[in-house]
Design a protein around this ligand. Structure first.
Ligand SMILES: [Zn+2]
Length: 445
């Protein structure tokens, strides 16, 4: 790896030796594949009258049974998956839907609603900041260099899981139904089917995020502010920047509820007060540590690349099962915190009006004496497993000749090697989908 390690950074971060990220992740592949076990398809009985369907879709759907009706929390991303879940829920109870809650507006939580509701007209609750991104998440090709965080174009054996679910299952029609109650302020109480429900605004993964709290039974439904993976403080699919400090506050609020059960909208539930509080506390401490370290580094004048290299989870948190980087990563989080608070400019005057990628590529090709010698540099990098540099070299060539077959294949091979060692499903899927796209562009030999 060729990442910079300015002495200032090393002096300030004595615990941190400049270990390439890829080397740290060398066991990532095996761990990510083992993580698929989290998504074995099952309707889990959490406690009396509370069931969660895991593994049918990227998102879970949750059933809470009351006296004369049920509450559905989140409805998955598609009606095909929702129908499979509904059939399972019907074996538990066929009481009508008394209320639906959307924990937030992401498509994987709101597109199966019609299936659960049927002919009914229940209230559908959201926070009044609810802003539906009610459009299919891009799972096709061609966008942004063919990359895709869900890996929709990859064959199943290549894509073990999507980090927080087995895969995105957009099948069927869009079963989204508009909310009927959008509450204002922080906390909103209602009763449905004899169940007391509190909805609490808890910005984190999205600004419109809420958690659902059943105070009588101490059951907490955190939406997407908690799941068994390091949180996606930034989503590489491209989203507005997320407020990490708000996410930390929302986790503190959930801990303060002192729940007995935790039923997230991705991954499996946690049972028992001690287990729940320990998991939430670790999550809180992990995110807060990344935020605090990044802000401290910013205040010492570190640039984004320096911060990305310096900030690490404390070892005991890095090994916590709820903070493994199956989905979000610490490095992307650091960059998003920097961007949120300081914007895109890294403070280096050279970066004020930078060369375009194409211009820089042309100059590097010239410096190297042409495309052929530069491709030899890339091949040599590949040979010594210096994959990031190999990919960057390929980009310089592609900047001057975007159809250069050798450069496409060089880059594809480098991305495949980088993808195969990742623990983050998002990173793996993006690398491997881009590589697949490049090989298709390159055509048959
Ligand atoms: Zn989600």
């Amino acid at each position: 790896m060729t990442r910079r390690s300015p002495t200032g950074v090393l002096a300030a971060c004595a615990w941190m030796v400049a270990v390439p990220a890829v080397a740290q992740d060398s066991d990532g592949r095996a761990e990510l594949f083992a993580h698929s076990e989290e998504f074995r398809r099952e309707v889990i009985r959490v406690t009396d009258g509370v069931y969660v369907a895991v593994g049918f879709a990227l998102g879970n759907a949750i059933l809470v049974e009351g006296d004369d009706g049920v509450i559905i929390i989140d409805t998955t991303e598609g009606t095909d998956a929702a129908r499979e879940i509904k059939a399972e829920f019907d074996r538990i109870t066929t009481k009508p839907v008394a209320a639906v809650v959307y924990t937030h507006s992401h498509p994987d939580h709101i597109r199966g609603t019609t299936v659960f509701v049927g002919d009914g007209t229940p209230e559908i609750y959201v926070h009044d900041s609810f802003l539906p991104e009610n459009r299919p998440t891009q799972v096709g090709r061609g966008a942004r260099e063919g990359g895709n965080q869900f890996g929709g174009a990859l064959p199943d054996p290549v894509r073990p899981n999507a980090g927080i679910g087995p895969r995105l299952v957009l099948g069927g029609e869009n079963g989204y139904m508009e909310p009927t109650v959008a509450f204002q302020g922080e906390r909103y109480l209602f009763e449905a089917a004899g169940i007391q429900v509190e909805l609490v605004h808890a910005p984190g993964e999205t600004d419109d995020q809420i958690y659902v709290w059943l105070p009588e039974r101490r059951i907490l439904f955190p939406g997407d502010n908690f799941y068994r993976a390091f949180p996606n403080l930034y989503a590489i699919r491209g989203v507005p920047l997320r407020r990490v400090d708000w996410w930390v506050e929302s986790l503190a609020k959930m801990i303060a509820e002192d729940p007995e059960y935790l039923v997230p909208s991705h991954t499996r539930p946690i049972v028992g007060n001690a287990n729940v509080v320990a998991a939430l506390q670790a999550y809180h401490d992990g995110v807060k540590s990344v935020f605090d370290q990044t802000m401290a580094g910013i205040n010492r004048g570190l640039r984004p690349d320096e911060l990305a290299e310096a900030v690490r989870l404390p070892e005991e948190l890095a090994q916590n099962p709820y903070l493994r980087e199956f989905y979000g990563t610490v490095e992307w989080s650091v960059r998003t915190i920097y961007s949120y608070h300081l914007g895109w400019f890294d403070g280096n005057a050279t970066s004020l009006f930078p060369l375009s990628d194409d211009d820089r590529g042309a100059r590097v090709v010239e410096l190297a004496g042409g495309v052929v010698p530069l491709l030899a540099v890339g091949a040599a990098a590949l040979g010594r497993e210096d994959y990031q540099w190999a990919a960057e070299v390929a980009d310089y060539v592609l900047a001057v000749d975007e159809e250069n077959r050798e450069a496409r294949l060089l880059k594809a091979e480098a991305l495949e090697a980088l993808g195969e060692v990742q623990i983050s499903a998002n990173a793996r899927n993006w690398y491997l989908t881009s590589a697949q796209w490049l090989r298709e562009q390159a055509g048959p030999r």
